[in-house]
Design a protein around this ligand. Structure first.
Ligand SMILES: [Zn+2]
Length: 338
C-alpha cells in the first residue's frame, strides 16, 4: 500500500458528498464485477483511503479488494468540472433536447452541474471497473508470492508482462464505465416517444458524454507520457496505446448501440472527445502545455503539435500491441479467473 499511496489511512465512504457519490459508482462496479464471479462473489469489496496520491489498486487478501484514494476522486472531480462546460457549450450539447434537460436537472451533491457528475461517473466507473478487471481475470496468479512473477526473468520481460496484464482490465473498465453511465443517463429521459431525428440526437449526446467521461480517465492513468518513446521500459502500456484501445472499444459499442449516428459523425465525436480530454490532461508545467498554450485558438492543432494526436498514429503502436497480446495469451494459464 505504501508503494502505491504513500502515507494513507482508510476512510469511511460517507466522509463528504464526493466520497458518498463515488461509493454509489464504485458499488455499482463491484456489483457488476460480482455478477462475473462463478463462486463466492461476496469476496469482491471496495474500500477508500485518504492519500495525496491519486491512485487505485487491486489487492488480494482474505478478500479481493479494490482500494481507491480520495486524491483520485478530487483529481477526477476537477477534470469533470473543467470538461463539463466544454461538452455543453463548445461541443454544443446545450442545444440538444437531452442537453436542455441536463442543464435544468439538479446536480449531484458536490458538483456544479449534472453534466459534470455524468463525466465523473464515466471516469470513476473506468477506474473501479479496471481494478475489478484485475480480480475477474485472476491476476493474483501472477502477482502473489509463489506465483509466476518470481520465476527467473529479466526486468524487461517483467515490465512487458505487467503491461500485457493491463489490457484486460482496461477493457473491463470501459465496459463497466459504459454500463453504469448509460443507466445514469437514462434518468434524463422522460419516456416520451421520439422521432428518428431526435433519437439520433440523443444517441450522439450519449456517445459524446460516454467518450469524454471515459477519455478523461486518461488524465490520471500511468504512464504520464503519452508517446511510444521507451515504451517497453514502463510497467503500464503507453498512454497512446491505452487511449487507442479505449477508442476501439468505444467505436465498436457506439456502432452497435447508436445505429442512427453516421460513421463520419461517430468518428468526429471520438476525435473531439479525445482532444478535449487530452488537452485537460496535460499538466501545467509539461512541455506539451506550452505548445498547447501557443496554439490556444486551435486545440486539435496544438494537440497534434504536442504529439498527443500523433502518438495515436505511431507505427510502433500496432507492433507494441501485438507483442503485448502474445505475452497476454502466454500468461493466461498462470492466472486464476473468477
Ligand atoms: Zn491495472
Amino acid at each position: 500500500m505504501l508503494e502505491h499511496f504513500g502515507a494513507y489511512a482508510f476512510i469511511e465512504h460517507d466522509v463528504c458528498p464526493l466520497t458518498s457519490f463515488t461509493a454509489e459508482i464504485v458499488g455499482a462496479a463491484v456489483s457488476l464485477g460480482r455478477d462475473g464471479y462463478k463462486e463466492r462473489s461476496e469476496r469482491l469489496c471496495a474500500i477508500f483511503c485518504s492519500s495525496t496520491e491519486p491512485n487505485a489498486i487491486a489487492a488480494w487478501g482474505s478478500r479481493d479488494w479494490i482500494v481507491i484514494s480520495n486524491a483520485l476522486m478530487f483529481r477526477l472531480h476537477k477534470s469533470a468540472e473543467a470538461l463539463a462546460p466544454q461538452v455543453m457549450h463548445t461541443v454544443g450539447v446545450k442545444d440538444t433536447r437531452l442537453g436542455t434537460v441536463m442543464q435544468k436537472a439538479k446536480s449531484a451533491p458536490g458538483f456544479s452541474t449534472a453534466m459534470a457528475s455524468c463525466l465523473y461517473i464515466g471516469a470513476v466507473g473506468f477506474f473501479a471497473g479496471h481494478e475489478v478487471g484485475h480480480h475477474l481475470e485472476g491476476h493474483d496468479g501472477y502477482y502473489l508470492p509463489g506465483s509466476v512473477r518470481l520465476r527467473d526473468a529479466s526486468d524487461q520481460d517483467l515490465k512487458l508482462e505487467q503491461q500485457a496484464l493491463e489490457i484486460g482490465p482496461d477493457e473491463r473498465g470501459a465496459i463497466i464505465s459504459r454500463q453504469i453511465l448509460t443507466s445514469f443517463l437514462l434518468k434524463f429521459y422522460n419516456g416520451e416517444t421520439l422521432s428518428q431525428e431526435d433519437q439520433a440526437e440523443y444517441q450522439a449526446v450519449i456517445a459524446t458524454v460516454l467518450s469524454v467521461g471515459l477519455f478523461s480517465a486518461l488524465a490520471v492513468i500511468r504512464p504520464r507520457s503519452i508517446g511510444m518513446k521507451e515504451a517497453s521500459e514502463k510497467r503500464h502500456p503507453p498512454g497512446a496505446l491505452r487511449a487507442w484501445m479505449l477508442s476501439m472499444y468505444l467505436s465498436g459499442k457506439i456502432k452497435e448501440c447508436c445505429s442512427l449516428i453516421s460513421s463520419p459523425v461517430q468518428q468526429q465525436i471520438q476525435m473531439v472527445s479525445l482532444d478535449i480530454a487530452a488537452a485537460e490532461s496535460v499538466g501545467k508545467g509539461a512541455k506539451e502545455a506550452a505548445i498547447l498554450n501557443r496554439a490556444k485558438t486551435s486545440e486539435p492543432l496544438g494537440l497534434r503539435a504536442a504529439g498527443i494526436r500523433r502518438a495515436l498514429f505511431d507505427p510502433d503502436l500496432p507492433h507494441h500491441l501485438r507483442t503485448l497480446l502474445e505475452i497476454r495469451s502466454r500468461l493466461r494459464p498462470t492466472l486464476r479467473p473468477r
